[in-house]
Design a protein around this ligand. Structure first.
Ligand code: GDP
Ligand code: MG
Length: 256
């Protein structure tokens, strides 16, 4: 049970607005940001139930057809693992996937994708370490047979040069979707990172990972409220099957 679940399940329900206010510190601890708490209180003031108030913020991102998807995010957030899981998801629906090993920076990243490509069966376009990531991504789009998923090196949102590199990839391949992979255990730091990535590169939505090891539970809600962007998928483990399209209903049923 996450901290947020514990807090919400112990609310008496008589005056939820007041209760939220009284338990603000605990909510912050559960990765529910201050802005998020304020917005929830406003909704409750308008007479909405807590479930309705939560639900109006949670948007489900849905993928149609065979898009070109650019995965971005900080180091270790789970981008490469998500690429494998998302490929498997597409392929189960009969859509072939061409992946681009555009993380040409981190040692071992290309081998990690080669291993996933063998397991999952997607086509992998790779160059060599130090190659221009935009060139790898471009090649994958050129050779595509279905969907394209582009892995990128992790980067801090404060590194201007690395953010410009993402802008370049985006300009060269013009992806249908830029999805940021966010580690739920990073808490409020992830929220700030998400805002910066969106400002600098433009993000269409999120894939939230490591929910299996997240003890707090509130990051999805805070991301949804503060960015107003949809959550596309959730990841909750290291195997291919621990990955699903985000369901607001499931998230809420789990919480309340
Ligand atoms: N527990 C857990 N671990 C994950 C999840 N997603 C990724 N990981 C692990 O997090 C680490 C970093 O993942 P990776 O995909 O290499 O991150 P990247 O640097 O963003 O490409 C690896 O050890 C993954 O197995 C998840 O949903 N749950
Ligand atoms: Mg990676």
């Amino acid at each position: 049970m996450s901290l947020l679940q514990r807090i919400l399940s112990s609310l008496g329900g008589k005056d939820p607005r007041k209760e939220l206010e009284e338990r603000e510190l605990e909510l912050l601890e559960a990765n529910v940001s201050l802005t998020t708490i304020e917005r929830l209180k406003e909704s409750l003031e308008k007479g909405k139930s807590l479930k309705e108030a939560l639900k109006e913020f949670l948007k489900e991102g849905r993928i149609e057809g065979s898009p070109v998807i650019l995965l971005v995010g900080t180091n270790g957030s789970g981008k490469t693992t998500v690429l494998a899981k998302l490929s498997s998801w597409f392929m189960e629906k009969g859509t072939p996937v061409t992946a681009a090993a555009a993380d040409t920076f981190r040692a071992g990243s290309i081998e990690q994708l080669e291993e996933w490509a063998r397991k999952v069966g997607f086509e992998l376009v790779k160059y060599h370490y130090g190659a221009d990531p935009a060139a790898v991504a471009y090649e994958a789009v050129k050779r595509r047979k279905g969907a394209v998923i582009i892995d990128t090196a992790g980067r801090q949102e404060t590194r201007g040069d690395l953010m410009r590199e993402l802008q370049k990839i985006k300009k060269v391949v013009n992806p249908d979707l830029t999805l940021m992979v966010v580690d739920a255990t990073q808490g409020v730091a992830a929220l700030e990172q998400a805002k910066r990535f969106d400002e600098k590169v433009g993000v269409d939505g999120f894939i939230v990972t490591k929910l299996d090891v997240d003890e707090k539970g509130g990051l999805i809600l805070s991301l949804a409220v503060e960015t107003r962007k949809p959550i596309y998928f959730v990841s909750y483990g290291q195997t291919l099957d621990t990955f699903s399209p985000f369901s607001a209903e499931d998230y809420l049923n789990n919480l309340l």
